[in-house]
Design a protein around this ligand. Structure first.
Ligand SMILES: Nc1nc2c(c(=O)[nH]1)N[C@H]1C(S)=C(S)[C@@H](COP(=O)(O)O)O[C@H]1N2
Ligand SMILES: [Mo]
Length: 322
């Protein structure tokens, strides 16, 4: 196979490539392995665009005591092994295609059972939030996981500012719908726009994060820029990306994955090693970016957050409400 040259890049696009070259967060073994495993082929072939990679540093954030004390998955894996069906269904597709998404300016509609509905500029929302870095494990329903230093703010703070009414029992989130920017939406892989939902007490839990960045930088598009949810005790699909609408409701909202296959993806989707997916076990998980031959990791109940969240599900049959 003929090898193409890496195209020349402009100065303002240089950050991600510098990351690869300087190996800021990498040991060379993991870099070699990354290249060997294919994501690097995208780079080598010049297919990896750089314009979708935010790269801008976030400076004003605190470190959170809620962080895991674990080494994060290398940046390359976090930003090239993604599920974001709006940009294609293969893991490498979002890193290649998500540069099509325009994330500035960005507005978020806040509506439903709130005292302060409206269409807000994300910039204005962010002025009122305290950003924190939280190292959380993302455990995908497909039985793999990664550890990511996310940056974001507590969803609870935003909800309080929205002044929920007494009828607010659930929160519904919606991703942007724009097939020109999100070409995966031209295919009916899921019902678009992608939607997700939480019960209000889950949304108000201090662990629940609205993320705007990772690894000290603004969120790369493929990871859900400019605003995504992270619910660390639930399977990854609950962590909806590129959010344009937050609606507080009295009824349980519909969710894209539940609608597409309700026997496989429940509304709760709590990480639970003892409740199998109909087509595979959930007892263990493949650690993305780990050295070759690393054994799978035992999946933990609630992804390890039982102490903080088990109370939310007291008396519920988690086999039935999966
Ligand atoms: N809008 C949208 N959000 C989404 C998805 C998606 O396809 N579309 N995939 C979900 C799934 S299945 C996972 S595992 C996580 C992946 O997040 P990451 O790419 O940052 O690892 O995003 C979730 N959020
Ligand atoms: Mo997932």
């Amino acid at each position: 196979m003929a090898r193409k040259k890496i195209p020349a890049i402009k100065e303002n696009e240089v950050t991600p490539l510098q990351l690869f070259n300087n190996s800021r967060s990498l040991i060379s073994a993991s870099r070699r392995q990354f290249l060997a495993q294919g994501a690097g082929l995208l780079l080598a072939s010049g297919l990896m665009p750089t314009s979708g990679w935010a790269g801008n540093k976030i400076t004003d954030y605190k470190r959170s005591s809620l962080s895991l004390n674990e080494t994060p998955t290398p940046y390359e894996y976090v930003t090239t092994y993604n599920n974001f069906y709006e940009f294609g269904t293969s893991k490498g597709d979002p890193a290649v295609n998500a540069h099509l998404l325009k994330t500035k300016p960005w507005s978020v509609t806040i509506e439903g059972e709130v005292g302060k509905p409206g269409v807000y500029d994300l910039e204005d929302i962010l002025k009122r939030q305290q950003l924190e870095e939280r190292i959380y494990r993302l455990r995908c329903v497909e039985a793999w996981s990664m550890v990511v230093p996310w940056i974001g703010f507590s969803l609870a703070d935003l909800i309080k500012q929205m002044e929920p009414t007494s009828k607010a029992k659930y929160v519904e989130f919606t991703t942007l719908y724009d097939p020109e920017q999100m070409p995966g939406q031209k295919r009916r892989t899921l019902k678009w726009p992608y939607t997700e939902g939480l019960r209000i007490d889950e949304a108000m839990n201090p662990l629940t994060l609205m993320a705007t960045g990772l690894y000290g930088e603004e969120m790369p598009n493929q990871n859900g820029a400019p605003l995504r949810l992270i619910v660390p005790w639930k399977y990854g699909f609950k962590s909806i990306k590129s959010i344009v609408k937050i609606r507080l409701t009295e009824q349980m909202p519909k969710t894209s994955w539940n609608e597409s296959a309700r026997h496989e993806y429940g509304f709760y989707a709590n990480v639970n090693p003892s409740v199998s997916h109909p087509r595979w076990s959930q007892s263990r998980e493949r650690v993305i970016g780990a050295p070759l031959f690393t054994p799978k990791r035992d999946t933990e109940m609630f992804n390890g957050y039982g102490e903080q969240v088990a109370e939310l599900y007291k008396g519920m049959n988690l086999r039935r409400f999966f």
